[in-house]
Design a protein around this ligand. Sequence first.
Ligand SMILES: [Ca+2]
Length: 179
Amino acid sequence: MKHIMTVALMACVAVCVVPGLAVAADLLTNGDMEIDAGWQDWGVPAVNALSTDYVHGGTYSRKVQSNTAGVGVRAVSFTVSDGAIFNISLWIYSIDGHALTVSAKDGDWVQLILDNITPPVGVWTEYTYSNVTISPTGGGSQATLGVYLNGAGTSTWYMDDAAWLEAAIAPSGSEIILK
Ligand SMILES: [Ca+2]
């Protein structure tokens, strides 16, 4: 037991007190879609609601129905820092396989991600974007992540387990001090 505690303490010395070692923190509000908050209309979708129809994790997902190109839902705006690097991901379940667009904006509302996808029907699919870098002046409070209908038509889809995480930045050797 003493040995285990010593190892744990050493791990904490190495990880917990090293300045600059990034710990991933999700900047999205309600990324797991478990409550009715954090996701607002982008345009005027027919449906933007908490749902239990199809769920990736937990009890709820967010149901979206859009009948208009460019219309869907997005995360309530949040703040990112200049030059920050993020790993962004979300899960989508499509009822009809209609083309959608995954879009992310930086803190100045400049496009970060613009990914036109054709989600498969009836299966949860993860979309991941690694090492997405905010420009040296791209910080600000308008960052968002959203999904909208790509092109004319109508589509119903579900979203769950979205995350906007600080990318872990490996410290240089000189920053690690083991005692
Ligand atoms: Ca969920």
